[in-house]
Write a protein that binds this ligand. Structure first.
Ligand code: IVH
Length: 679
C-alpha cells in the first residue's frame, strides 16, 4: 500500500514537476538550458523516487513521457474538424494567382496580411488538450480519421503535456503541427540502421512517420523527434483573432512553433520571404520542401472558407525538387585516404535543384546489394544541401534486362594490390601501403582547410606534385623549393612563391590541427580537439597505451586503440621527428590540463543553490552563475558550496544547516564574484 502523502511531499512533487518541465522547455524548445544534464537527472530521480514511494503521479510529470507497454493496434480517431491539405503553387506567378483569388473572393482591393512559414516535411498530427492537459494525439490519416498515437507523441520532449503560463487555459483545444526529424538525426539513424543491416529510410519524413507509427512507444522514445505547431482545429473557451496572435499564444504556452514565421503585407512581401526561406534552406537543420502562405486574419479565413479539401486562405509554394531521375552509365570504385574503396555511380547528367549532377556516391557495396543497383538502371537521385548526391532507389519497372550487376573488385583499381574485407565491416580496403590513390588522399587531407590549411594546394596540384615525383608523402611538402615548382607546367614565379609561402606559414600550427592532419584512423576534428585538451605536447602521446587515452571523457575505445597504435609505430614516430627537424612549430592553446596558467572563470567548480526571493529573477541569477562557470542547482546536497538566501527562504535552508552547507546572502554572492574576478 502506498503511504499517505504528507503535504510537504506533495508540494515537493509538484515543484519538481514544474521545475523539470521548465528545464525541458529551456532545453528542447528554447535550446538554451540553464542547468546541466546531471542536475536534471538528479531532480528527475528524486521525482521518480517520490512518485514511486507515494504513488502520486501528476499527469504532466516528465516520468510519463517514456514508452508505455506496446499496443496491438492503433485506435481510430475522428477529427472534430477535418485536417485539410494545401493547394500547391510551383511558381511565383502561381503565388500571385493565389493572391488574386483571395482578393476576388473577398471583393477587396487592399493589401492583405499573410504569414509565411517553412513547410515542414514530416508527419501532420493533432494534439487535443482538455482543461489544459494533453488528452490525445492523433495522426492526420485521411484528414477525417486518423490514429491514436498519444503514447508515442508523449515521448517528444518539446511537446507540453500541460498548457501553462497563459492567462486563459481553453476548455478544449486542438493544436496541429508537424512531427519531424532533423537532417542530422536522420542521417545518424540511417548510419545506425546500416550497421545493423536494417532497411534505410529514404528521407527524414519517412523516418519521422516510421518513428511515430510504432506500436512499441519505446522505439519512438529512442528517436529524436521534434515538433512545430502551426494550426488550430476545434477550440472552446478562448478566441484568437489571427494566425500571428495564435503563434504568440503558442509560444507563451511553451509550444514549439516553426523556426521562421514572417508577417507579410501584400504578395510582394510574401514572395520576398519565400525567397529568404529558400535561400536559407541549406542551413536549416530540418528538411523543408516549400513555404506555407496563410491569410493572417481568422475572420477573413472564415469568410474565404474551404474548397473541397483545401482552404482558400492558404497555399504552399513548393521549392524546385531536390530529386531527379536518371540512368546509371557505370559504377566505378574510388580509393580513399585509408584505403577504403567506395563505389561511385557515373550518371547521365541530370539537373536537380539548379545543379547538374553526373556522379553519385553509393556509400558502400552492401548498399548496392540491398538496393539492387545495377549498371544501366534508371534511378532516383537526391541532392540535399551541399552533400554529394545519392541514389535513393531503383525504378525496377524501367529495367530492360540488359542491366549488369556489379561485383566488388578483387584488386585495387589504382595500384592492383589485394583488396580485403574485414569481418563485420561493410568497408572494403586496398592493402597497398604505397597505393598512389591512398597516398594522394592522405596528402590532400593533410593540407586541407581544417588540417594544415595550405592554401593553393588543391586536388589538381597534389596530383601534379605527386605524379612529377616531387612529393610521395606529406613530409616532402616541407622540402619543396620554389625552383622545383617552376619546372612544373602549372607554376609561374608568382604562383610558386605563393605556394611556398603558404607551406611556410602552415609550419606554425596547433596540436589539434596537426593531430587531425595526420589522418589517424577514426580521429576526426572533434577527437583531435579532445586529445589536444588533454595532452600538452605531441611528445606526451608517444608510445601511449590505450588506457592512457580511454580515460578521457567521451573518448571511445576504437579511437583510443587507433591513437595508441599510431603512436607506437616506429615509422610514424620517425615521421613526426622529421617534421620537427623541417621546422614544424606546434602550439597548444586548447590544453586544459594542469599548469596552463589559463584564467579560470570566477565561479568555476562552485555549486550554488538559491532559496527564497532574490532582488533579481531567479532564472537570471542562475544564468549569471552558469555564465561565470558555476553550477546553479535546485537541490541542496553535500556537494553544494553555497546556499544563496533570499527573502522567505524555504526548506532548503534547514537542509543546508543539517549538511553544514555555507549560506550567503545575495550581496555576498556578488562579492564572491568580484573577488574571484580579481584573483
Ligand atoms: S498549415 C489547411 N503549415 O503540409 C492548413 N501545414 O500539404 C494545413 N505542413 O498536412 C496545415 N508545414 O502536414 C501548415 N507550416 C505549415 C506546415 C504544414 C508542413 C504540412 C502539413 C499539411 C500539409 C499540407
Amino acid at each position: 500500500m502506498p503511504e499517505k502523502i504528507p503535504k510537504d511531499i506533495k508540494q515537493e512533487i509538484e515543484k519538481l514537476v514544474r521545475e523539470l518541465n521548465y528545464h525541458s522547455y529551456r532545453y528542447y524548445v528554447l535550446d538554451s538550458p540553464v542547468i546541466s544534464d546531471e542536475e536534471y537527472d538528479q531532480l528527475y530521480h528524486r521525482l521518480k523516487e517520490l512518485e514511486e514511494q507515494y504513488n502520486y503521479i501528476l499527469p504532466d510529470s516528465p516520468t510519463q513521457r517514456i514508452g508505455a507497454p506496446p499496443l496491438d493496434k492503433f485506435e481510430k480517431v475522428k477529427h472534430t474538424e477535418p485536417m485539410l491539405s494545401l493547394d500547391n503553387a510551383f511558381s511565383y506567378d502561381k503565388v500571385k494567382e493565389f493572391e488574386k483569388r483571395v482578393k476576388r473572393f473577398l471583393g477587396s482591393e487592399e493589401a492583405i496580411e499573410y504569414t509565411v512559414e517553412p513547410k515542414y516535411d514530416g508527419l501532420a498530427i493533432e494534439l487535443t488538450y482538455r482543461d489544459g492537459l494533453l488528452f490525445r494525439a492523433s495522426t492526420r490519416g485521411d484528414g477525417y480519421e486518423g490514429e491514436d498515437v498519444t503514447q508515442n507523441i508523449r515521448t517528444i520532449k518539446s511537446m507540453p503535456l500541460k498548457i501553462e503560463e497563459v492567462s486563459k487555459v481553453p476548455a478544449e483545444i486542438d493544436i496541429r503541427g508537424e512531427v519531424y526529424m532533423d537532417i542530422e538525426e536522420f542521417e545518424a539513424l540511417n548510419r545506425e540502421r546500416e550497421q545493423k543491416g536494417e532497411p534505410l529510410f529514404a528521407n527524414p519524413r519517412n523516418a519521422a512517420a516510421g518513428s511515430v507509427r510504432q506500436l512499441d512507444s519505446s522505439i519512438t522514445a529512442a528517436r529524436k523527434l521534434h515538433l512545430a505547431c502551426y494550426g488550430i482545429g476545434t477550440v472552446k473557451g478562448i478566441e484568437f483573432k489571427s494566425q500571428l496572435e495564435f503563434f504568440k499564444w503558442l509560444e507563451k504556452a511553451r509550444f514549439p512553433i516553426p523556426a521562421i514565421v514572417k508577417p507579410a503585407k501584400g504578395i510582394d512581401e510574401v514572395i520576398h520571404f519565400i525567397r529568404e526561406i529558400e535561400e536559407n534552406r541549406g542551413i536549416l537543420p530540418f528538411e523543408t520542401d516549400g513555404a506555407v502562405i496563410k491569410v493572417n486574419d481568422f475572420g477573413l479565413q472564415r469568410l474565404l472558407g474551404v474548397k473541397t479539401r483545401e482552404p482558400r486562405w492558404a497555399t504552399a509554394y513548393k521549392f524546385p525538387a531536390h530529386q531527379g531521375t536518371t540512368r546509371i552509365k557505370d559504377i566505378i570504385p574510388s580509393v580513399g585516404r585509408t584505403g577504403v574503396i567506395t563505389p561511385i555511380a557515373v550518371l547521365e547528367p541530370v539537373r536537380i535543384g539548379g545543379v547538374t549532377v553526373s556522379r553519385s556516391t553509393l556509400h558502400n557495396w552492401d548498399e548496392i546489394e540491398r538496393k539492387d543497383i545495377r549498371v544501366g538502371d534508371t534511378v532516383v537521385v537526391e541532392r540535399a544541401g551541399d552533400v554529394i548526391p545519392h541514389v535513393v532507389m531503383v525504378i525496377k519497372e524501367k529495367r530492360t534486362g540488359k542491366e549488369k550487376t556489379f561485383r566488388i573488385p578483387e584488386k585495387c583499381p589504382v595500384c592492383g594490390s589485394k583488396v580485403v574485407r574485414e569481418e563485420n565491416e561493410v568497408a572494403v580496403r586496398c592493402v597497398g601501403l604505397n597505393c598512389p590513390a591512398q597516398v594522394q588522399e592522405k596528402i590532400r587531407h593533410f593540407t586541407s582547410r581544417g588540417a594544415m590549411d595550405i592554401e593553393g594546394l588543391g586536388e589538381k596540384n597534389v596530383e601534379l606534385l605527386y605524379s612529377s615525383g616531387l612529393i610521395s608523402h606529406f613530409v616532402d611538402m616541407y622540402r619543396l623549393k620554389k625552383e622545383d615548382l617552376l619546372k612544373l607546367p602549372r607554376f609561374a614565379e608568382k604562383s610558386a612563391r605563393n605556394l611556398i609561402d603558404a607551406i611556410e606559414k602552415s609550419k606554425h600550427t596547433t596540436l589539434s590541427r596537426f593531430l587531425y592532419a595526420l589522418g589517424i584512423l577514426h580521429v576526426g576534428e572533434y577527437a583531435s580537439k579532445l586529445l589536444a585538451k588533454n595532452f600538452e605536447k605531441i611528445e606526451d602521446l608517444y608510445k601511449i597505451n590505450t588506457e592512457g587515452i580511454i580515460n578521457i571523457r567521451q573518448m571511445g575505445e576504437k579511437i583510443a586503440g587507433s591513437v595508441s597504435d599510431f603512436f607506437n609505430d616506429p615509422e610514424n614516430l620517425s615521421t613526426l621527428k622529421t617534421l620537427k627537424t623541417l621546422g614544424l612549430k606546434i602550439t597548444n592553446p586548447d590544453y586544459e590540463g594542469k599548469g596552463t596558467g589559463k584564467e579560470k572563470k570566477p565561479l568555476e567548480s562552485l555549486t550554488f543553490v538559491i532559496t527564497g526571493t532574490l532582488p533579481q529573477p531567479r532564472n537570471e541569477v542562475e544564468e549569471l552563475i552558469e555564465n561565470l562557470g558555476g553550477h546553479a542547482s535546485s537541490l541542496v546536497s553535500k556537494s553544494t558550496d553555497y546556499l544563496v538566501l533570499g527573502e522567505n527562504p524555504g526548506s532548503k535552508l534547514q537542509k543546508a544547516q543539517t549538511l553544514k552547507v555555507k549560506t550567503i546572502f545575495y550581496n555576498e554572492l556578488l562579492k564572491i564574484i568580484e573577488q574571484r574576478k580579481i584573483v
